[in-house]
Structures are given as structure tokens and as C-alpha cells.
Design a protein around this ligand. Sequence first.
Ligand code: IPM
Ligand code: MN
Length: 347
Amino acid sequence: MKTYKIALLPGDGIGRDVTEAAKAVLEKAAARNGFLFATSSYPWSCDYYLEHGSMMPGNGIKTLSSFDAILLGAVGWPRKVPDSVSLHGLLLPIRKAFVQYANIRPHRLLPGVQGPLRSDKFDILCIRENTEGEYSGAGGRVHQGTDSEVAVETSIFTRKGVERILRFGFEQARARRGKLASVTKSNAQRYSMVFWDEITQRLSAEYPDVEVTSYHIDAMAARMVMAPDSLDVVVASNLFGDILTDLGAAIQGGLGFAASANINPDRSAPSMFEPVHGSAPDIAHLGIANPIAAIWSGAMMLEHLGETTAAAKVMAAIEATTARGIGSVPGKDRTDAITSAVLSALD
Ligand code: IPM
Ligand code: MN
């Protein structure tokens, strides 16, 4: 039987609660659709750091490279390990090492979920550049602790990096409603962002069927609230995409519903699937985290693996669950009640 090797990285806090839920749903989906998952779980986390002095072993990336996909919960527990250490020790190096340059985040209201906006008619796909830009990691600090201290953090935009994410955005727009919104801040940042706008312009000639519009990030933030139904695919740099997708999570009813996929489109290394939310230490292991974002991320994993029927069935089960009012109101239902409802809606 077709067997997919999955690396499970529950990570910290509610990451552990929601990956368990997603795993149960994925396993049932596999059993019902004629394939199997061989899952290996790794305890890499802030607790692992306290014991071993690193977030993952030195050969962690090599270990992960043999899997078909990675399912991650959440990373970070700032009272144990500073976020700047934990995230640079686990999540961010995986995105870069496996060239998961496209971070895909869907923003739409699930049935039965009440968003904060008057309009419920939006269906936005945010595509976030995921390996360079403002997260390039280039920088440093000198004269630390003195009055002359200097901190530099350099954004790096390469032609290769910008072109490939924009092409990915154009392709997604072509496969959806044919509209691409490219987000920059080229009125203020006249090198990197003008560069991005120019490449957008140039590529648009290759996609005459896609209607492309460039927006500044500030205007896009307002548009996502005031006129979200005017948007289809939104493509942005690493930090801009990070910020816009928390806004996207908010308009879809909260972080408990926001799924994401870190995709290596060339399939030269595994892709990684994770909910947008963090580890939420304040509610960790209380059994009240909403697993829907993690389960939806699991559906995106099925889609990426080519198991499109199983992916559609998991999405339908999520939708049937929220439509019944289970998991649709943040904080109302327990993790296991939501998970059981999704499992029983899955045939
Ligand atoms: C996200 C998160 C991460 C990011 C953090 C935890 C480093 O906010 O996946 O959106 O900024 O990419
Ligand atoms: Mn974020």
C-alpha cells in the first residue's frame, strides 16, 4: 500500500495538542482512502533545548530530509528559551534549508464561523515569500551595551527569490479567479521594493490572463478589512506576508482557523505544514486549543502529496463540523470534542 513518511514536530505548548488531533484525522483519512502514513515524531522543542542546548540535533535537517512531508505544531516558550533563539533553532532553518520558498495561507470563513467583518464573502490566498527578504538573517550588532551601539538587520531580495515567488503567485492566480495583488512599499523603500514591482511588471507580460495590481502594504492592510472580497491571490515579502496573514487570520474568525503550508514547489526537499498560530503557553495542555487550523494544514499536506480526494474529504469534515457549531466559536469547545466531531464527519 502507498505509504507516506511523515515527520511530526509537535514542538511547544498547544503545538503538541493540535498535532495529535491532526494526526488522528490524517490517519483516518488515509485508512479510508487506501494509503498509509508512517509517522516518526521528534521531541524538538524548548524543553529539548533545556536538556540538550539546541532546538534540534546537529543532524536534524538531514534526518528530516528523508521524509515526504513535515507536520509541525508550534515553536516557542519564551519563559524557557528566548523566541529569537528557539525560532532560529527550529522553524526558520527548516523553511530555508528545504527551500520552502512559498508559504501559502488561505483566508476564508468556514461555515458557521462569525468573523469580525460585515462581509463574509471573501476567499483570499496569501502567498508569502518564505526564505529571504526581511528574514534573511543578515545583520549584526556592534559596540553592544555602549552608547555607540549599532544594530543592523538587512533585508535581502534576490532576482531568483523574487521571481520564483511572483511566478508562484501568478500560477496560483491563474488556477483561481485570475487576480493577483502584489504587495510592496515602493513609495518608501526605493531599492528592494521597486525591484519587486519591476519584476511583477515584467512577469505580467507572461500571464496576460492574470489581472495584476500592485498595492502598498499599508493600503493592503486597510483593503483586507474594508474590501476583502476584492482580493483573490495576494503575494508579499516575508515580513509583509507574516503581518498580513495574522490580519487574514483575524478576519477569518481567529488564529484557530488559520492554516499554512511551507511549500518547496520544486519538490527537491520536503514541504512543511503548520497552523499559523503559535504555542500559546497560557492555554497549553488544558485541552482547549482549537485544532482546526492544524487539521486544515493537514488537508493542505494531503493535497501536496497528491491525495486530493482525501484532502477534499478532510476539508468537508472540517466544514461539516463548524457548520454544526462545533469548533466555530473560539474558546467554546474542547480540543477532543472538535477532533471527535471532525473524525465522525469523515467517511
Ligand atoms: C509565522 C510565525 C513565525 C514567522 C515566527 C514564529 C518566527 O509568526 O509562521 O507566521 O514570523 O514566520
Ligand atoms: Mn506570523
